[in-house]
Design a protein around this ligand. Structure first.
Ligand code: FAD
Length: 435
């Protein structure tokens, strides 16, 4: 089995059940939280039990999805509201998911990864986002932060760094953006100056997910004057003198996910921590973003599915004019449109993922998936608030949170305007490839 700890997630069906039991028994914090799950929650949460009929390549992938669904229903979803209201980063949840091997699913087993294709990893992410989007987004960012070494590192760097990055005990951050360089990442000013066998790095990165809590940082910095060809990539460990994180941003949503500036004041690192050759950093960043956009797409689909689950369950029991509101066409069509748009977005990210798994170009398709899925999530979560009426506007139900969370997915890892630029650029390339 690809999962690092087979006693926790087993490949055979009977073993899967045993693995689940052992996992829950070993993790008493999960057992306690999950014990009264269905009894204590409203019907909209019970609706999470609805199972998406997924096409998965192997029976072990199906077992993995079963386990994740179970984990989400019992342990993650019940904690999400309270944790998001508190705004405290749930480090212990990532530690537990890391123990299960869920932080490193798409990476090779020889480095401690799960060896799963993108179509499996992304559907796991979708199920996690359905229960707690902060957790799914955090995993997506961590996977992104590992990609530089996994895809562009030398064999020596992979042997040296990857097992620790993928063993589930550490969390990564991806540092590209700066205050004046978001969409225009090539305008970055953070400078890495070569000094013998070392680089000295100074500058300020902005909007960094996991900024204050990361164990390592995949960081892009300027090593030359040429805008995009003068950028290089570095792997920085936490705790390096001169590396500090700013105060966490106060965000509209994803409050459990911590975002901050990362300051670098003459941080010294060995040249053996430069990933790729000098000047290759922009390419490494774009490559990482292609895969990362698929992660954001999966998070968006999971979030929208959660909103639909909640709204459909509510509409079935909310009475107006002596009937349940889902009997009104005006409401049922909102639900039907949401279900259709979610299914379409899911198929588009899976199409892009299948291209990735097949080793085909998938950059354009990833941009299309991110554009469709995140715009869809914004529309669906807004419409599902409408289905709940006033109840949708207050914190008693999670749909208002889903709506706040959906917004940022249209902004991160390239705004949706930038996705359109990527797609439009591909139309000019010959031969033109149609999706
Ligand atoms: C919660 C959160 C987490 C984040 N996490 C990370 C992280 O972990 N690592 C990281 O590096 N960054 C991260 N970011 C930063 C994110 O990637 C940037 O916010 C994003 O790339 C947009 O940059 P910007 O905010 O500077 O917007 P700007 O680039 O200033 O854009 C402002 C507006 O102008 C539009 N625009 C800009 N250029 C064009 C153009 N050429 N054509 C059309 N429209 C254009 C944009 O679409 C947008 O609507 C995060 C941001 C947030 C909010």
């Amino acid at each position: 089995m690809v999962i690092r700890t087979p006693t926790k997630i087993c490949s055979d069906p009977s073993g899967a059940a045993r693995g689940r039991t052992e996992f829950l028994a070993r993790n008493s914090w999960l057992g306690i939280l999950g014990s009264d799950f269905l009894g204590s929650l409203g019907r909209e949460r019970e609706a999470l039990a609805a199972v998406i009929d997924r096409e998965l390549p192997t029976s072990e992938a199906a077992d993995l999805l079963d386990l994740v669904r179970d984990l989400v229903q019992r342990e993650l979803a019940p904690r999400a509201d309270k944790a998001e209201a508190s705004g405290i980063f749930p480090r212990e949840v990532f530690a537990q998911l890391g123990e299960l091997g869920l932080l490193s699913l798409p990476y090779p087993e020889r480095y401690g990864g799960g060896g799963q294709p993108a179509v499996v990893y992304l559907q796991v992410l979708e199920e996690l986002a359905r229960g707690w989007a902060t957790v799914a987004l955090g995993i997506s960012v961590h996977v992104l932060a590992c990609s530089g070494v996994a895809e562009f590192g030398t064999a020596e760097q992979q042997d040296r760094f990857l097992s620790e990055m993928l063993d589930g005990s550490t969390l990564g951050a991806y540092c590209l953006s700066e205050a004046h360089a978001g969409s225009d990442a090539g305008a970055m000013r953070t400078l890495a100056v070569r000094d013998g066998d070392e680089y000295v790095i100074s500058g300020d990165k902005a909007w960094i997910t996991h900024g204050p809590v990361a164990d390592f940082y995949l960081l892009a910095a300027r090593t030359g004057d040429d805008r995009s060809h003068g950028i290089s990539t570095f792997l920085l460990p936490h705790g390096r003198p001169g590396l500090t994180a700013g105060t966490p941003e106060r965000k509209m949503g994803f409050r459990g996910s911590v975002t901050s500036q990362v300051h670098l004041d003459r941080v010294r690192i060995g040249a053996d921590r430069r990933i790729g050759y000098e000047g290759q950093g922009f390419r490494i960043a774009l490559s990482a973003l292609d895969a990362g956009r698929l992660g954001i797409s999966a998070c968006a689909v999971g979030l929208a599915q959660a909103a639909l689950d909640a709204a459909a369950a509510y509409a079935a029991v909310r009475i107006a004019f002596r009937r349940s509101i889902d009997e009104f066409q005006g409401v049922s069509f909102l639900l039907a449109d949401a279900a259709t748009q979610i299914a379409a977005a899911r198929q588009l990210y899976l199409y892009a993922a299948r291209r990735k798994d097949a080793g085909k170009p998938f950059s354009t398709e990833a941009a299309m998936a991110k554009l469709i899925a995140t715009d869809m999530a914004m529309k669906v979560t807004t419409d599902m608030v409408q289905v709940l009426g006033a109840a949708g506007y207050v914190e008693d139900h999670p749909v208002e949170r889903y709506m706040r969370e959906a917004k940022v997915l249209q902004i991160v890892e390239g705004t949706n305007q930038i996705q359109r630029m990527v797609i439009a650029r591909s139309l000019k390339q010959a031969p033109r490839r149609l999706a």
